[in-house]
Structure formats: structure tokens, C-alpha cells
Design a protein around this ligand. Structure first.
Ligand SMILES: [Zn+2]
Ligand SMILES: [Zn+2]
Length: 334
């Protein structure tokens, strides 16, 4: 469940920027239509043959193409110059314009192949909408609020097309000097890129300067466990000269960011357990106990997050799920 789309998908292309982060590594700051998430960072890696574009921004309105073109221009490039497109993961703000970039440049597209978490809703919107509403009802969402929980327009409007990678990326694959590291949790298709010579890592949405978690629910066994495992994987790479996230500024201290995200997850799990301690309930009531009253978009995001926490706690044997005669779930301490 991802909730309703932004009020408008349009962005101001003149807000796009290009920053040289290190020789041959450009950060393209692209505007987004989400008030809480105003930018996404794509990256240009200058490599031997032709530039590699890592992520390409959202779709949903033609102004996104103008923004990407403007940012590429800041790096001295046009979209036709792109030699390869790499997706860190299949979310709209990272691969929304993939179809256009590929059409304009003829470039190859590489991404992890576990794309169903986003592309299912694009390909089968009605089936996905019904499945989301069914699940929200089971978690205790009132009938008159189900529409926001079933919404699929983030997926159907936010990308131009469900483009599968020409070359599926897997752990240990190389893109020039860059090593692919599978880092699922935020999304099943999530990868990071690591240059071991220069100690630079492109983190996608694994880490950010602030703890603002998102975990895709329903397409892997335990997104929280996968996320924590991905933090361990990045830490095991060792110290970095430059840690570049998909949103926000370069991380000043990778170790501190790892600690912030581990602590944030631990607090959310504790809060979920505390909410259950007030009495067994479905995820909708538990979300209200943890976060209070929320506007519709955030209510959907938070319920999805609580569902991921509950799944993790169930797998750990700490929480059990029961189903009443109406098919509604409620969660209690094991
Ligand atoms: Zn993402
Ligand atoms: Zn993102």
C-alpha cells in the first residue's frame, strides 16, 4: 500500500541542479512533487565509453523530462549521450523516466530483476487495488477510508512504463569500477553501487541524512530483517570517502547514519510492541496508537510500516496474529 499520489505531478524544472561530487561523479538533484520529499538524486558516472546514468527521476508530468534534461545539461550532457541507465530500485522517483531515457539514447538498462513490488500495480491496477483494499479491511481500516489504501496511481502514473532490465543486476556484478551490492529492505529490487578504489558508495534509498523509513510490504519474507542485513552489508564494506544517498545531501558520517537507522528501526519495533501491550488490535488501531491521527497519505505509509514491523515481530516469535470470524486480524503478544 502506497497511498494517494501527489496533488499534482508537475515540478519546476529550474529547480534541477548538477553537482560534481568527485572527478567523474555528478549528482543530479531532481525536483519531486512530494512536499515531504522535494528532491531525488540521480548520478552520472563518467566511465570509459559513455556516461552511466544511475536513476533518472519520476514521471507523471512532462516537466520531469525537462528537469532531467536541465540537470544533465549542468553536467555537460544531453539525454542522448547516456550510454547506460542503472536503476537502484524500481520506485517511481528512481526509474520513472526510464522509457524516455532509453528511447532518446538507445542505452542499455540494468536493474535488479525483482521488480514485481512496483510493476504489479502498473500492470494489473484493478487486481492490485482490490488486494490492497481487502488487506486494509482485514487490518481494521473503516470502509469509508479504504479508497486511500487501495490507491494505485503512484504506480500507474509515476512511471512511464514498466521497463524490465536488459541486464539483471546481481550481487558482485561490475559496472566499470563499480561493484553491485544487493541491499534489499526498502524494496526487494534495491542495490547499492560501490567503488572500492575510491571508497565511494551510491546508497539509493537505503540510507539518508534523516531516518525516514519505507519498506515495501508483501513481496519478500521480512523487509525489516532484509533492511537490517543490508545495513550490515554496507558497514562490512569498510570506511568510505563519499557516501551518496538517493535523497538529501552526502552523508557526513556513514557510521553515524548506520547507527541512526538501526536505532530508528529498533524504536519502531519497540513502539509496535508497546502499542500491542495496550490491548490486542489490528494494524489500523495499532498505527493510531503509535502515530496518532494522520493525514490520508501518511496514514497509509504508516500502516504499511507497522505491518512490516508486525511481520518481523511475528517471525521473531514475539507477536502472534489471530483472525476473527469476519476475517479481521488482530495481533497480540506471543
Ligand atoms: Zn525508493
Ligand atoms: Zn526514493
Amino acid at each position: 500500500m502506497v497511498g494517494p499520489p501527489p496533488d499534482t505531478w508537475a515540478v519546476a524544472p529550474d529547480r534541477a541542479r548538477a553537482f560534481c561530487m568527485s572527478p567523474g561523479v555528478w549528482q543530479l538533484r531532481l525536483p519531486l512533487p512530494w512536499p515531504a520529499v522535494p528532491h531525488v538524486n540521480a548520478y552520472v558516472l563518467e566511465s570509459g565509453d559513455a556516461p552511466v546514468l544511475v536513476d533518472c527521476g519520476s514521471a507523471g508530468h512532462p516537466s520531469h523530462r525537462a528537469a532531467l534534461a536541465a540537470a544533465l545539461g549542468g553536467a555537460g550532457l544531453s539525454v542522448g549521450d547516456v550510454g547506460m541507465l542503472v536503476g537502484t530500485h524500481a520506485h517511481s522517483d528512481h526509474v520513472g523516466l526510464a522509457e524516455w531515457v532509453i528511447a532518446e539514447s538507445g542505452c542499455e538498462f540494468r536493474m535488479h530483476p525483482d521488480t514485481a513490488h512496483f510493476y504489479d500495480a502498473f500492470r494489473e491496477p484493478e487486481r492490485t487495488r482490490q488486494a490492497r483494499e481487502r488487506r486494509a479491511r482485514q487490518e481494521g481500516v473503516p470502509e469509508d477510508e479504504l479508497g486511500a489504501y487501495g490507491d494505485v496511481r503512484e504506480e500507474t502514473e509515476g512511471i512511464l512504463a514498466a521497463i524490465e532490465p536488459d541486464v539483471p543486476l546481481r550481487d558482485g556484478d561490475r559496472i566499470g569500477a563499480w561493484h553491485v551490492v544487493e541491499t534489499p529492505g526498502h524494496a526487494p529490487s534495491h542495490v547499492s553501487l560501490f567503488d572500492p578504489e575510491r571508497r565511494i558508495v551510491l546508497l539509493g534509498d537505503l540510507l539518508a541524512p534523516v531516518f525516514a523509513p519505507w519498506f515495501d510490504y508483501g513481496y519478500s519474507a521480512d523487509p525489516i530483517a532484509e533492511f537490517l542485513g543490508s545495513l550490515d552489508r554496507i558497514e562490512a564494506l569498510g570506511p568510505m570517502e563519499l557516501s551518496l544517498p538517493g535523497h538529501g545531501r552526502a552523508l557526513e558520517d556513514l557510521g553515524a547514519a548506520l547507527a541512526l537507522h538501526r536505532e530508528g528501526v529498533a524504536q519502531r519495533l519497540e513502539a509496535t510492541l508497546a502499542a500491542i501491550s495496550s490491548g490486542p488490535a489490528g494494524a489500523h488501531v495499532l498505527t493510531g496508537r503509535i502515530f496518532g491521527h494522520l493525514p490520508p497519505v501518511e496514514a497509509v505509509w504508516r500502516l504499511t510500516e507497522v505491518a512490516c514491523c508486525l511481520r518481523h515481530l511475528r517471525r521473531a516469535g514475539v507477536v502472534v496474529r489471530h483472525e476473527d470470524g469476519d476475517g479481521r486480524f488482530w495481533y497480540g503478544r506471543a
